[in-house]
Design a protein around this ligand. Structure first.
Ligand code: PHE
Length: 358
């Protein structure tokens, strides 16, 4: 990143508003990026992560909030896009972390009724219960809904799996994963359940994670091959599934990729919109992130609306495969990058809702 200031980042952003606070006690910055409320109340998770500089945390919040707007629009759900980032300067744990999350929740309470958060990278369902002890503007957590652990990850993973199969069908004419080589980057809340679905259906897995211990355990459990995090872009495979941080598809990594399909759960996989064109030029099918990874969001939206039939919710995750197919077919007809098609479709939904509201 070319060292932009907080001011430059906000001036360049197309969203609604940003709430920010410096938390001196924990050496952290709290950013709540409210991107767009055209479709309804803004809703998007809370990420807690260490960033070399707070500007990078803000940039993440701004991009993730925009991604949430598109994610909701892609499924035409009545929610708007927002996202929170608690940007740490160093690891924060135990009671210090509890205090920080409570202070984050206090700030979150200021946007009462207009924005709600949920789990994301670096936060757990249990953290959501802690946040709920301060403000009601939160979804997820074991205390949210009786008989549900409050974790969106397995739903997101089901949606990604359905979208991955749709992409395989588009490329190979067959959506079976048996003996397909799938590279999973990140065995977190989504990557791990996704790996389990794939392994159960006979895929050949190659896995990586920044946590060596977890990597070893999962590789053994699933009989997966292991690669070091830096080596992943050179792995020959059918599908590359980014399930960790964003911006892994960039000018440096795209020329190295040796896969046919990219289909994973990470938010903001493309470093820039141009990278969507770049990967298309390379003849690799990119499954737009905000379409394929919408499962957790859709599940939460349905539960927020009162749905308690979890089989019905799981069934809805198959719809993600249908959305992926529709986008890939339209992209093919137009001869354009699927990232472009997905963006246009989302923007069309937003424009129609904006016109109705005006
Ligand atoms: N953080 C996940 C996502 O980006 C799940 C989530 C969705 C959490 C919506 C809160 C709200 O999709």
């Amino acid at each position: 990143m070319v060292d932009p200031s907080i001011r430059a980042l906000i001036e360049e952003w197309d969203g609604l508003a940003v709430l920010l606070r410096h938390d001196a006690a924990a050496g952290a910055w709290i950013f709540i990026a409210l991107h767009d409320d055209t479709l309804g109340m803004m809703m998007g998770g809370c990420r807690v992560n260490v960033y070399p500089r707070p500007e990078e945390g803000l940039l993440d919040a701004l991009r993730l909030a925009r991604g949430m707007t598109h994610k909701w629009a892609a499924v035409d759900f009545p929610f708007g896009g927002g996202k929170s980032v608690v940007a740490l300067s160093r690891p924060v744990e135990g009671e210090e972390r509890t205090g920080l999350l409570k202070r984050y929740a206090h700030v979150l309470g200021l946007v009462d009724g207009r924005y709600a958060t949920g789990p994301d990278l670096g936060t757990t369902p249990e953290d959501m219960d802690l946040i709920r002890s301060v403000t009601p503007n939160v979804m997820g957590g074991p205390a949210w809904i009786d008989g549900y652990d409050g974790d969106p990850g397995p739903f997101t993973a089901l949606g990604v799996y359905s979208g991955m199969r749709a992409a395989l069908r588009h490329v190979f004419g067959d959506d079976g994963v048996e003996d397909r080589r799938v590279l999973i980057q990140g065995l977190g809340d989504v990557g791990l359940p996704l790996a389990r679905y794939l392994a159960a259906d006979g895929a050949k897995l190659v896995v990586t994670d920044v946590d060596d211990g977890k990597l070893g355990r999962v590789a053994e459990e699933l009989g997966a091959e292991v690669v070091e995090p830096d080596g992943i872009y050179d792995v020959e495979c059918d599908v590359y599934a980014p399930c960790a941080v964003g911006a892994t598809l960039n000018a440096e990594s795209i020329p190295r990729l040796r896969c046919r399909v990219v289909a994973g759960s990470a938010n903001n996989q493309l470093a820039t919109e141009e990278d969507g064109e770049r990967i298309h030029q390379r003849g690799i099918l990119y499954t737009p992130d905000f379409v394929i990874n919408g499962g957790g969001a859709v599940a939460f939206g349905l539960m927020y609306g009162g749905e308690r039939d979890f089989d019905a919710i799981r069934e809805r995750m198959r719809g993600i495969g249908d959305s992926v197919t529709a986008i890939l077919e339209e992209a093919q007809e137009r001869g354009e990058a699927p990232s472009r098609t997905a963006l246009r479709r989302a923007e069309r939904v937003l424009a129609a809702a904006g016109a109705r509201r005006a």
